[in-house]
Every structure is written in C-alpha cells, then in structure tokens.
Design a protein around this ligand. Structure first.
Ligand code: SF4
Length: 694
C-alpha cells in the first residue's frame, strides 16, 4: 500500500470487487493513487469498505500488466508487440476470415462482469450488429444465471428484490449457500449488526460459516445439508408451512396466480416432500427442518439471502424458484425487510446481465425472438439482426471441440481457469482459428490466444457498475488508460474495421443509448448519476428516482407464479472410489481466481487454497493438518494442503479457488444447471489420499 501523506485531489469511484459495490474515494498525489478510502455518502456502504476495497487496488499498476497489444500467428509462436492499429487490423481480418470460412455463426463473444456496463454493451452490440449473430454470453453463466432464470419465471424480472438497507427492517434472515462475512464483507457486517440487534438467523449451508459461530449472533438453526440437496430441503420447508397451515392465504389470493398455486400445493403436499422423507437424502434432522420452517413462516418480516451455494448446482434454477415460492407462500415479498436477495459475486454481474449479454435476450431481458423488440434495435442501430438465439459458453466450447465454432472475443474473463472441466476448455480453445483475449494480464486463457488486447483497470474506466441491489454506481477515471486506449474504444474500433462503424466520442453517449433502448434505464444518464448519486433500476417515468424495493402491490409479471420444483438428484454421486463430496467457496482477503488480489498486498493474508476435511475422514486416511493430499475426481486430480476441521461434516470436503496452481477446476465436472447450464461447481465426488507430491 502506498501511503505518501496528504492527497492533492480525490476522485469518487466504485470498488471493482464484489457485488456490494462500495463507493470509494481515490486519494491522489501527482499521478499516483496513495489511498482508497470508503465514501461516507456511498448509498451501498455508508462509509465502510473491506480489505479488498481498501487495500487490493495495487494490481492496477502491477508490473505484470500488459500495456501493449500483441499478436502471433499460432499459439506456439512467441508474442509480438504491435501498435493498436496493427492489432485491431489483425483481429478484424482474422475474425472476418474465420466467418468467411466457417459461416456467420462460427464466431462469438464473452462479456465481463468486471467491466463497465458501457464496455459490456458494446461487446454485445459487436456480436449482434457486427458479427450478425447472438453468440454472446457472460461470465454470469458460471455463477448467477439460475438467478436470472428463476426470478424471471416466478416474479418477472431477473434481479434481487430489495435494497441493502432493507435488512434493517428484517426480523428473520434465511441465509442459503452464502458466506457474506467473507464474500460480501461490508454487507456481511451489516447483516451481523442486524442480528446483534435481535433479528434471528437460519443458515442452510454444508459448512459452518462464520455467522454460525460468531458470538452473540448464534444462528437459531444451522442446517448442514449434504451438498446437492438444496431442492428437497426447500421443498420440505414449504411442505411444512402448507401442512401446518402457516401460509399467508390473503397474500396468495391477492397477489398470485391461483391456478398455478393450486397445482403447486398438490405437488408440495406429496409425502416425498415431507421433512421426514428428505431427512436421509439431505442428512438433516426432520424436526430441525420443521422448526426452521415455522420460524421463517412466523417472522413478521423474513428475508432470504443466497449465494453461489444455491446457483452452482444442476438444479440451481429449481432452487431459485423454490425460494421464490417460499417468499410468496408466506407473503414475504413486496415491502422492506423481506424478499429474495441474490448476493452477486462480481462487481458488475447484475449489469452485465442487464446489458443483454445472454444469447437469447436483448438488453433488459427481452427475447431476441421478439420481432417488435428487435425492430427497435434494428432501427436505432441501422442494421438487421438475427432473431435466432445464439450459443451459450458451454455450447461454444462444445462446438469448438467439434470444429464448428472457430473464433471468440473474450473480454476480461479467464475461462481456462474459471470454467469447469479445464481439459475440455483448453481443447476447445486450442481448436479455434481466432482467440482474442482482452485483459489486464496474460491469464491462463491467453495461452491459447492469437491476439492480446490490453484492458484497463477500474481506476482507468469511465462508466457504471450495477451492484447486487440493482444500484447503478458511477465509475470515474482516476488516471488515463495506461494502455493508451479506453476499453470501449477498442471494441468500437474493432467494429469499425469489420464494416460496422460505431460513432461514440465518450462513454456517456453509450449510457444514453442504453437508456434510449432499455425501458428500465430510461431515466439514467451520467449527468443525473453525477448530480443525484447512484440509483436503483428501474429508473423511468413510473419510478423517476429509482426503485429500492420491487414487486410492491404487483409483481413485474403481474401475478406471482408458483413453479413446481421437482427434485432430480445430481448425476454426480459418491461411490467407493469417490466417497467424499467436494464443495467450494472464498476467503475474505481474496477474490475469485485471484488475478487481481494475488497482485496486491492482500497476498500477505493468504497462503494456499486449503482442503478442509472432517477429523473422522482425516483419521481414516492418516491425514493431519498441513499434510499434502491428493484430491481426485472422475475428471482429474490436484494436490492441496489439508486443514482438519469440524467446520465440515463427515463425508464433505471444502476448498477455495484463489490460486491457479491449486487447479480446482481440473477436478470439477461438466454437469450443469438444467435451465441455464451454470456449472455444478458445488458438488464433485472425490477421493482424498495422502500425497508426497510437494
Ligand atoms: Fe465493498 Fe465488496 Fe469492495 Fe469489499 S470487495 S470494499 S465489500 S465492494
């Protein structure tokens, strides 16, 4: 951390890590950032920040940054530094040659949840208007895509229902598959504060997260279910509420689709959904499930908060709908202190989804197949558009292995490290004719790239991020792009060269276009955000100052829709060869695959990705804390150091994924959510044995 006394100026911007979206002030001396301090006026953080926001910005000036564009003919050749003109000419020519040889739909793009909305908007526009297809997807595919699907199906919009401050009116927090004190620290502290004031807590998580153990915050119930059994447990909670007459019938009659509710009621009453029936599969005590259900149903205001422990499953979308059902069943939706609230992992995962980064949806979650919506874009963009949904990331990779998908533009995403089944991803990338990586560092994916376009850090960006509560935050440049070119300009100039000119002179003009074409952003502009501060979408004529709480009086889709949530067990099962279930998570000081945090002072707070294993499983294998162990799945093997702990139950092991050398995704499977293909990172059958590899 640089600390050189008093700053000469400050610039307000937004943290580039988690979905809390803390407002920070960069204190600057000369052209150096000397400190990042939390902004007391920040509406998401009210003057707080965690160790990532405060201290982990040094990666922006790290020596590993690549500041010059590079090209090479083949991935076996060395990189050659070139000018921006040569790099963009080469990229355009290579993409066009690929399309000419293999067809219009043989190329596509991936947007980044770490980039601004304006940068994301241009990449999806590049794919749709310039490439002429809908092969655009986002890294949300591998985290919260089931949230988008599940909440849209039940409530009509793909976003969390509440503002963060709403928790102050909450009496009962149902926390599922989320570890906010590590992954969303500022909101985690707010949650802890509310619990210390007397709100009650139910945790559904295979592991004893810190909130289960924190003094004065003891959870009323911790349901340490077996990984992969979220759906039967949520069904059993709903079953109990219906069976014991605890449902909010007045709310259901007024706000919900009654035919769907009746069908759902018949389903949920089935014996197989009772706590007694799911006890063995989930590993939970049936009476504890019933007690938790009663507590949730009886609280005046009960709110669900959840994370990737819900979504990254083969039934992630089912589980999201199960939670949405539960909130409707008990009338816990449509006012402060309640709701269904996804804890978004990345700073702009909400925004990257809002901006139309899905192959089947245009910005604002409108189907590409809708002629009327498409016509609006065609008129504004002056080009015909494809009405056929494009390929998702897993489809692109599968088709690349088959030889029909041959070119990709990847903005700020390291799919070779962060996507599951690494060997498959590498085979796909190796089989492409044109891989363009736009990033800060030569990441793992860049090993397979032909063109490297240097990206900019958040300190060099001008734009907006959207946090987990739909808050549109300004990101203001603290310094000029160290690469010599704003990232949105790179995309625009690539498009120019491919025959579809993009005429923007400033990032604010891109937001103006977003507002023009996306009804939920109709009232948004840089000017307003700078004058009035951040706002929560929808911001339009109906809600000129934004919308902290959604679904008041009426759901976005009209009537709330109960959806059937049939439990289909994951295909990933334990057996004698792979008897343990591996699940994953994060630690406080690090972020995702660590590309940023490992290049900052925060590295001091982290040693290795450790494998947590229960004492009984460790003893059986002769493993002690600190020993190196082999972790082998049906897909691959890696080596980690053991941490023997009762945080996990017997039969479950747990690790983080912050170091590339840990190779966690070498062992994860290719199984994915049935609706969205979000990978099932949270359930991998493994064997753990002592290792002498290191
Ligand atoms: Fe806030 Fe999250 Fe950044 Fe921490 S990492 S400062 S909680 S936005």
């Amino acid at each position: 951390v640089i600390d050189e006394g008093m700053p000469e100026r400050t610039v307000k911007t937004t943290c580039a890590y988690c979905g809390v979206g803390c407002s920070l002030k960069a204190e600057i001396k000369g052209d150096q950032v000397i400190r990042m301090v939390p902004d007391k006026d920040g509406k998401a953080n009210h003057g707080h920040a965690c160790v990532k926001g405060r201290f982990a910005w040094g990666y922006a000036t790290h020596d590993d940054r690549i500041l010059s564009p590079m090209v090479r003919d083949s991935i076996d050749d060395p990189w050659r530094k070139v000018s921006w003109d040569e790099a963009l000419d080469t990229a355009a020519a290579r993409l066009q040659a690929t399309q000419k040889k293999y067809g219009r739909t043989s190329i596509g793009g991936i947007t980044s949840s770490r980039c601004t909305n304006e940068e994301v908007w241009l990449v999806q526009k590049l794919v749709r208007a310039t490439f002429g297809n809908n092969n655009v997807d986002t890294c949300a595919r591998v985290c919260h895509s089931p949230t988008g699907y599940g909440l849209a199906q039940t409530y009509g919009t793909s976003a969390g229902t509440q503002d963060f401050d709403s928790i102050e009116e909450c009496d009962l927090i149902l926390l599922i598959g989320s570890n906010p004190t590590d992954a969303h620290p500022v909101f985690g502290s707010k949650m802890k504060q509310r619990l210390r004031q007397g709100a009650k807590l139910i945790v559904i998580d295979p592991r004893q997260i810190d909130l289960v153990r924190t003094p004065h915050v003891e959870a009323e119930y911790h349901l340490p279910l077996k990984p992969g059994t979220n759906v039967p447990v949520i069904n059993a909670i709903a079953h109990t509420i219906v069976e014991e007459g605890l449902a909010d019938e007045a709310f259901i009659n007024e706000r919900c689709d009654l035919a769907a509710f009746q069908e759902w009621t018949a389903f949920i009453k089935r014996k197989e959904n009772s706590p007694e029936s799911v006890a063995e599969e989930s590993g939970l005590d049936s009476e504890m499930i019933r007690s938790a259900a009663r507590l949730y149903a009886s609280a005046p205001n009960a709110a669900i908060y959840y994370g990737l422990g819900v979504t990254e499953h083969s039934q992630g979308s089912t589980m999201v709908m199960g939670m949405a059902n539960l909130a409707m069943l008990t009338g816990n939706i449509g006012r402060p202190g309640v709701g269904v609230n996804p804890m978004r992992g990345q700073n702009n995962v909400q925004g990257s989804c809002d901006m139309g980064s899905f192959p089947h949806e245009l910005p604002g979650y409108r189907p590409v197949s809708n002629d009327e919506v498409r016509a609006t874009f065609e008129q504004d963009w002056g080009t015909p558009m494809d009405g056929v949904p494009g390929q998702r990331i897993p489809n692109m990779l599968d088709n690349a292995v088959l030889g029909t998908f041959k070119g990709i533009y990847i903005q700020g995403e390291d799919i070779a490290q962060s996507d599951p089944n690494t060997h498959h991803v590498e085979a796909a990338l190796r089989n492409m004719d044109c891989v363009i990586v736009q990033d800060l560092f030569l990441n793992e994916t860049a090993r397979f790239a032909h063109i490297f376009l240097p990206g900019t850090s958040f300190l060099e960006k001008d734009g907006t991020f959207i946090n987990a509560e739909r808050r549109i935050n300004r990101v203001r440049p603290v310094m000029k792009p160290k690469t010599g070119k704003a990232e949105w300009r790179v995309t625009a100039e690539l498009s120019d060269r491919m025959g579809y000119p993009m005429h923007y002179t400033a990032a604010s003009e891109i937001m103006d276009e977003i507002a023009r074409l996306t009804p939920t952003f109709a009232g948004v502009s840089f000017d307003r955000l700078d004058k009035e501060g951040s706002m929560q979408w929808p911001v339009n004529d109906d809600a000129p100052f934004g919308t902290p709480v959604m679904h008041i009086g009426e759901f976005v889709r009209g009537k709330g829709l109960f959806k059937l949530t049939e439990y289909v067990p994951t295909e990933e099962r334990t057996n004698r060869k792979f008897p343990l279930i591996l699940t994953t998570g994060r630690i406080l000081s690090q972020y995702n695959v660590g590309a940023q945090t490992r290049r900052t002072e925060n590295i001091k707070w982290m040693e290795q990705d450790l494998l947590e294993i229960h004492p009984s499983d460790a003893e059986l294998r002769g493993i002690r804390s600190g020993d190196w162990v082999s972790v082998a799945s049906r897909k691959g093997e890696t080596v980690l150091q053991a941490d023997v702990t009762d945080r996990v139950n017997p039969g479950v092991v747990y690790t983080t994924f912050h170091h590339p050398e840990s190779g966690t995704n070498v062992i994860t499977t290719e199984l994915s959510d049935w609706a969205t293909q979000c990978p099932e990172y949270k359930v991998t059958a493994v064997q753990v044995t002592p290792s002498n590899h290191r």
